[in-house]
Design a protein around this ligand. Sequence first.
Ligand SMILES: [Zn+2]
Length: 164
Amino acid sequence: MEPIGLMHIETVLIPREFIDSVYKEFQDTGQEGFERLALFAGKKSGPEFSVTHLLYPKQQLLRTPEGLSFQVDGEELERINEWLFQNSYSLIAQIHSHPSEAYHSEADDALAIITTFGGLSIVVPDYGFSDKNLAHSAFYRLLPDTGWTELSPNQVTSLIKITD
Ligand SMILES: [Zn+2]
């Protein structure tokens, strides 16, 4: 039986075309002055996770005095969870853009769509205009003891494989 959750995942394979699509989307949305969120879904096989689907959930893009944010409503989350369940897919990561620095804000911690231990949250800086292939993006993993925890560059290198 496959282990429950994502803590045992040691390698995440992400097709390059999904990374390229995300950067294009983040840049387009960034030019309008908004952050944007995408999700990586796929299948687990032992310690490996293969991303097979890139999702852009229906989201409200917000600009408030506190800053930029995005909101995915409960109905949309339900729709996604239903789809995941019916196809035996899991969400491995959420990825979103920031206007400048890449870090997990308090709101990012509190409102994360990924709620499974071992799941990932990636933050792309400068609306995706300053780095490529997640090279300067910030990676966080949801851990039982420490919550959303930033990964070191070495941890990211061993965990994330972009595939052609
Ligand atoms: Zn954020």
